[in-house]
Write a protein that binds this ligand. Structure first.
Ligand code: PAF
Length: 283
């Protein structure tokens, strides 16, 4: 696996991989790779001739007081994992390759970025849209893979690709991959590493409470009561606060009062200093 740290090196390496028309998949990440990321790599390998993975802890998507400095950085370990997955090229840019001196452009996607994580983390999705647009332009993949744990992020990226007429990748080639879960149901996340052993045990209450709420929501009643119960269950299970627990349309992300046949439950909750998010379809 080749590693590129400068744009010029990346461009040459991508051109070489592309050769006479081989297809290229991009899997953007912020590193601290876990099984969820590796599933994205495997999907990408199945779909394209070559996989390019990126690792960049993007300062623009962290708000003030968030965990940008603490975010785990483990490039050597991540490189080994990517190599084992048959990734052809790792794009691990230096910050100045992404945001050079004088950088002044921001991409802001309205609508789907409002509320949920966009409400709690002002500017977060501008940072995501901006860096993903840059990564797309730097690598110019045929197809790109993102985890569905960040469902709203995926909606924002698709909206941006559609609105800006991106072709590499085209909006239809932006693929979501289902959440990979631990044995107790907790969605895999690089931030799970922040949890103490006790907090990690308590965190299992999140997917359990969500499944219980979904069992009720799927019967078609009003969301208010099951969502209220979910909040209570999380608080008695050791969570410090619930940022949101909402039912929304899976595609438009419009808030819903009950299942419309395409509903998804979205939750963000905090345990200690760690913010966990999850989402599940109402089926
Ligand atoms: O999901 C992530 O890890 C990040 O938000 C992404 C898409 C790599 C952009 O920095």
């Amino acid at each position: 696996m080749q590693t590129a740290r400068e744009l010029e090196v990346l461009r040459k390496a991508v051109d070489a991989l592309r050769g006479d028309g081989a297809t290229i998949a991009l899997v953007p990440t912020m590193g601290a790779l876990h099984e969820g990321h590796l599933t994205l790599m495997r999907e990408a390998r199945r779909t394209a001739d070559h996989v390019v993975a990126s690792i960049f802890v993007n300062p623009r998507q962290f708000g003030e007081g968030e965990d940008f400095d603490a975010y785990p950085r483990q490039l050597a370990r991540d490189s080994e994992l990517l190599e084992k997955e048959g990734v052809a090229l790792l794009w691990a840019p230096q910050p100045q390759e992404v945001y050079p001196q004088g950088y002044a452009t921001n991409i802001s996607v309205a609508g789907v970025s409002e509320g949920l994580c966009g409400g709690d983390r002002p500017g977060h999705f501008d940072g995501v849209a901006t860096v993903v647009c840059k990564l797309f332009n730097q690598v110019r993949p045929d197809i790109a893979f993102f985890g569905e744990k960040d469902w709203q992020q995926l909606a924002v990226i698709r909206r941006m690709a559609r609105d800006l007429d991106l072709t590499q990748p085209h909006v239809d080639a932006i693929r979501g991959v289902p959440i990979v879960r631990e044995k107790d149901g907790l969605a895999m996340s690089s931030r799970n590493a922040y949890l103490s052993r006790e907090q990690r045990e308590q965190a299992g209450a999140l997917p359990r409470a969500m499944r219980d709420a979904i069992a009720v929501l799927s019967e078609g009643g009003e969301a208010e009561r099951p969502l209220g119960n979910l909040r209570e269950v999380l608080q008695v299970s050791g969570f410090d606060s619930v940022d949101y627990a909402e039912l929304r349309d899976a595609d438009s992300l419009e808030p819903l009062e009950k299942d419309n046949g395409n509903a998804r439950l979205f939750v963000a909750a905090r345990i200690g200093g760690t913010r966990l998010i999850d989402n599940m379809a109402v089926e």
